[in-house]
Write a protein that binds this ligand. Structure first.
Ligand SMILES: Cc1cc2nc3c(=O)[nH]c(=O)nc-3n(C[C@H](O)[C@H](O)[C@H](O)COP(=O)(O)O)c2cc1C
Length: 216
């Protein structure tokens, strides 16, 4: 298998990226790239809003997982989860986090470093209400990241809650809601031939975004 792994490589040649091509604001640039990532011919399985979220304990033990981007604005990048999960516990003790998007169909990566805080209860309520009922029940019952004896326990809880809330609105549990990552560094990576990739990096310095090219 290692032989095969060592032979696996692609040449990236679709596009280039230069300091002169990018928007002066990285959120505008992100929205531009995100728009391009949502090509109408994309297969259903490709979730362009899926991003790797890395968080860490205070001691520096890092954990990564995929979550879905559910909002982006000049204020930052929003995702929803269980506040008592591993990521929730890590963000409570260390709000520094990182997001990473990989869009293979465009040979692009975006990395975003910043500081995470909870969104308002009103925003979490509004998003919770917009979710399908089954997802609301899932959010209500799941002790995310805690051990559970077997799947039957989870399905039993789901069925109980389904009956309990039949015909009524499901309230958003306090332990479930949104986080917003406020960025201080965003890097746009475009794959190029010969591994001479283009990397354009925005760093927030004295409330201004400085743009520079990084070595590949
Ligand atoms: C494509 C994809 C999308 C996901 N979206 C979310 C999400 O938006 N929120 C969430 O809490 N978990 C999401 N998950 C599950 C997480 O990756 C993870 O398993 C879960 O949040 C528990 O992580 P933790 O134990 O590190 O807190 C998603 C997983 C995948 C593969």
């Amino acid at each position: 298998m290692n032989d095969r792994l060592q032979e696996m490589r692609r040449t990236y040649a679709q596009a280039g990226l230069d300091v002169d091509d990018v928007a002066s604001d990285p959120i505008d640039q992100f929205q531009r790239w995100f728009g391009e990532a949502q090509h109408p011919c994309l297969p259903d399985w490709l979730e362009v809003n899926a991003m790797t979220l890395s968080t860490a304990t205070k001691a520096g033990q890092v954990t990564s997982r995929v979550v879905l981007l559910k909002g982006v604005s000049p204020d930052g990048f929003v995702f929803y989860t269980n506040y008592q999960s591993v990521k929730g516990q890590q963000l409570a003790e260390n709000p520094s986090a990182s997001l990473c998007f990989y869009w293979p169909h465009l040979e692009r990566q975006v990395r975003i470093d910043g500081v995470v805080g909870k969104v308002t209860k009103e925003l979490s309520d509004a998003y919770f209400r917009s979710r399908p009922r089954e997802s609301q029940l899932g959010g209500l019952l799941s002790d995310q990241s805690k051990p559970v004896k077997n799947r039957e326990v989870i399905e039993g809880l789901f069925n109980d809650l389904e009956k309990r809330y039949a015909g009524t609105d499901i309230p958003r549990p306090e332990h479930w809601g949104g986080y917003q990552l406020v960025p201080h560094q965003i890097e746009f990576w475009q794959g190029r031939p010969s591994r001479l990739h283009d990397r354009i990096c925005y760093m927030l310095q004295n409330d201004r975004w400085n743009i520079s090219r990084l070595c590949p």
